[in-house]
Write a protein that binds this ligand. Structure first.
Ligand code: B12
Ligand code: SF4
Length: 493
C-alpha cells in the first residue's frame, strides 16, 4: 500500500514567517506534526511519502504513485486542501481527510472517501481493520478523546528536516481554561492529557538520532495545563539536555499564570526553554472579562517581566474587536506592547471560530454574518457584527501594526527584551556554517539593501557593544521583524 501524506499550503500570516525564512535558508517554519503522527499509526509494511506544499509542489506523478492520499489541514489551509482533494479525486484516488479544519468546520467538505473527525489514535487502527475487511466507513469519530499513551513517536524522518527552521513535538493536548473565542477546548478538550516522561525523552532521542540540532517547538495548547505532570517532566528534560550537550533550544505556548510559579519558571529555564508564546489578548479588564480570560489578572506587564527574567523571550497574541473595547483600545494596545518588550506581538482581529462559545453567543444574539471565519485573523474581515464601527476597527488595527512594526519601535522593543532576558545559551543552529550564511544574508539585506538600514545598524551596534552573547538571537529577531514589517506593508497598514 502506498500512502501519500499531503500538507496543504498556508497563506501568508505572521506564523508563515515567509519573509524571515530565506535568511536562514529555510522553506517553512515547522513540519506538519499531525501527518507525521498519522504516518506512525499506519502499518509498518505500508510505504509512505510526505509532500508539504509549503516546501515543494505536488506533482501528478506523486499522486499516481499513491493508493491513498491522506490530507490534513487547518481552517486557513482550506482552499489549498480543496485543491489537493480535487486533484487526487481527478486521478481516481481514495482520499482520506483529517485534522482541525475537518474536525471543527460546519461548511460542506470536499468529496473525500473517508473523514476523520478528532484525534486519530483509536480511529485510524479501526479504519485499517475495516479496510482489510472491506467495510471502511465514510466517517470516523472517536467516542472519546484518546490517552496520549497511545500516540506513537512521530515519523520525523519522513520530513525533509533541512527545509524546516524548527522541529515539533507535543507533550499535552487540551487546556483547563475556558476563553470564549477559543476552539482548542472544543477540539482537544478542557482536561489536559499528557504523554509520559519516557515518551517525551524517546521523542527527543529520535530527533537527536536523526541529526536534528536547534529549535524544538513543544506544540502544546498550554504547556502548563497539567502542572503536576509538567513539574515531574522538567527535571528529566533538563538532565537529558545536559547529558546531550544542550542540542535543543525549546519554545512552547503557555497561559500567563506561568508567571505566578517561579519554581516552574526556574525548571523551564534549566530544561532549555528560550521562548514562550502567551495569549495576552488585551490590557482592557472589561474585554478580558467578556472573553472569560480569568487567568489574565493582576498586573500583566509585571507577569511578562517575571517570565523574561528567567531568560525566556515572551511572544504574545493580542486581539482587538471585543464588544467591551473602548475607543482608545488601539493606543492602549500599542502602549502595552511597547512597555512589555515583546518583539513578536501577534495582533489580530476577533473572529468567531465555528463551535466556540463566542460563536454560540453571537448566533443567539443574531450577529453572525453567515460565513465561517477565514481562520486568518490578520486579514481585515469580520464574520460577525462588531460593536465598534468595522471601518474604525480596521483603521485602528492597521495603525497598531504600522506603529509596532516601524523599525525604530521594533528594534527598541527587541533591545528591551534582550536586556530583560539576560544571558542565556546560544541557539545551537547558529554554531555552524549555516549561521555564517544567515549572518551574511542579514547584513546584506537589512544592512545594505533595505531602506531602513540606518535603524538596523543602530540596533546592530547596540548588540555588538552591549549584548554580544545574544548576537545570534538578535539576528533572528531582526529577520523576524523584517517579516512582520513586510506583512504589515502588504496589508496596507
Ligand atoms: C503547532 C501549531 C501551529 C504551527 C504549525 C503547525 C504545522 N506546521 O502544521 C504554527 C505556529 C505555524 C501554527 C500557525 C497557525 N495556527 Co496553529 N496550531 C498548532 C498547534 C498548537 C499544534 C499542531 C500540532 O502539531 N498538533 C499535534 C498533532 C499530533 O495534532 P493534530 O494536528 O490535531 O493531528 C491529530 C488529529 O487532528 C488527526 N489528524 C490530523 N491530520 C490528519 C489527517 C488525516 C488524513 C487523518 C486520518 C487524521 C489527521 O490525527 C492526529 C493524531 O491524533 C495546534 C493546536 C493543536 N493542539 O493541535 C494549533 C492549531 C492547529 N492552529 C490553529 C490556528 C488558528 C493557527 C493560525 C491560523 C494562527 C494565526 N492566527 O495565524 C496559524 C496559521 C498557519 C500559518 N502559517 O498561517 C488552530 C486551527 C483552528 C482550525 N479550526 O483550523 C489550532 C487548532 C489552534 C488554535 N485554536 O489556535 N500553528
Ligand atoms: S488559555 Fe489559550 S488554549 Fe486555553 S482556553 Fe484560553 S485561549 Fe484556549
Amino acid at each position: 500500500m502506498n500512502i501519500l501524506l499531503v500538507n496543504p499550503e498556508f497563506p501568508e500570516t505572521y506564523w508563515s514567517f515567509r519573509y524571515a525564512l530565506p535568511f536562514e535558508g529555510k522553506k517553512c517554519a515547522f513540519p506538519p506534526l499531525g501527518l507525521l503522527t498519522v504516518s506512525a499509526l499506519l502499518p509498518k509494511s505500508w510505504n509512505r511519502r510526505l509532500i508539504d506544499l509549503n516546501i515543494e509542489s505536488l506533482k501528478a506523478r506523486d499522486i499516481d504513485w499513491a493508493d491513498m492520499v491522506f490530507v490534513t489541514g487547518m481552517l486557513v489551509q482550506k482552499d489549498s486542501l480543496r485543491e489537493v482533494v480535487k486533484r487526487a479525486k481527478a486521478q481516481g484516488k481514495r482520499v482520506v481527510l483529517g485534522g482541525p479544519y475537518v474536525t471543527s468546520t460546519r461548511e460542506e467538505l470536499p468529496p473525500a472517501d473517508h473523514l476523520f473527525r478528532g484525534e486519530a489514535e483509536t480511529t485510524l487502527p479501526q479504519f485499517i481493520d475495516d479496510l482489510a475487511k472491506g467495510c471502511a466507513k465514510a466517517v470516523y469519530q472517536a467516542p472519546e478523546r484518546p490517552a496520549l499513551a497511545l500516540t506513537p513517536i512521530a515519523d520525523f524522518g519522513l520530513a525533509n528536516m533541512k527545509r524546516y527552521s524548527a522541529m515539533s513535538v507535543q507533550y499535552s493536548r487540551g487546556c483547563p481554561f475556558s476563553c470564549e473565542f477559543c476552539d482548542i477546548i472544543e477540539i482537544y478538550g478542557r482536561v489536559p492529557r499528557t504523554k509520559s516522561n519516557q515518551q517525551m525523552l524517546a521523542e527527543f532521542d529520535a530527533l537527536r538520532d536523526l541529526g536534528w540540532r536547534g529549535t524544538v517547538f513543544i506544540v502544546d495548547d498550554n504547556f502548563i495545563g497539567n502542572k503536576k505532570n509538567v513539574r515531574k517532566l522538567l527535571p528529566e528534560l533538563a538532565k537529558w539536555q545536559k547529558q546531550n550537550g544542550y542540542p535543543f533550544s525549546l519554545i512552547t505556548e503557555s497561559s500567563i499564570n506561568l508567571a505566578d510559579d517561579e519554581p516552574l519558571l526556574e525548571s523551564m529555564r534549566d530544561a532549555g526553554f528560550r521562548r514562550v508564546f502567551i495569549g495576552i489578548e488585551t490590557p482592557v479588564e472589561e474585554s478580558l472579562h467578556e472573553a472569560q480570560k480569568t487567568q489574565n489578572r493582576g498586573n500583566l506587564l509585571d507577569s511578562v517581566k517575571t517570565i523574561q527574567s528567567y531568560g525566556m523571550e515572551v511572544m504574545a497574541g493580542f486581539i482587538v474587536g471585543f464588544d467591551n473595547d473602548p475607543e482608545d483600545i488601539f493606543e492602549r494596545q500599542i502602549d502595552f506592547i511597547r512597555k512589555s518588550a515583546i518583539p513578536l506581538a501577534m495582533v489580530g482581529l476577533l473572529n468567531a471560530l465555528p463551535d466556540t462559545q463566542l460563536w454560540k453567543r453571537l448566533e443567539r444574539e443574531g450577529r453572525l454574518l453567515g460565513e465561517d471565519a477565514s481562520g486568518n485573523n490578520t486579514v481585515c474581515t469580520f464574520n460577525f457584527k462588531t460593536r465598534m464601527d468595522p471601518a474604525l476597527l480596521i483603521q485602528g488595527y492597521q495603525s497598531i501594526m504600522r506603529t509596532i512594526y516601524s523599525p525604530r519601535e521594533y528594534y527598541d522593543r527587541t533591545l528591551d527584551s534582550i536586556r530583560r532576558t539576560g544571558r542565556q545559551l546560544a541557539d545551537p543552529q547558529y554554531r555552524n556554517l549555516s549561521g555564517l550564511k544567515a549572518l551574511t544574508r542579514v547584513l546584506l539585506k537589512l544592512g545594505i539593501l533595505d531602506r531602513e538600514r540606518k535603524e538596523f545598524w543602530r540596533f546592530f551596534t547596540h548588540v555588538v557593544v552591549r549584548h554580544r552573547d545574544k548576537f545570534t538571537d538578535s539576528l533572528r529577531l531582526a529577520a523576524v521583524g523584517y517579516h512582520f514589517r513586510k506583512l504589515s506593508d502588504s496589508y496596507g497598514a
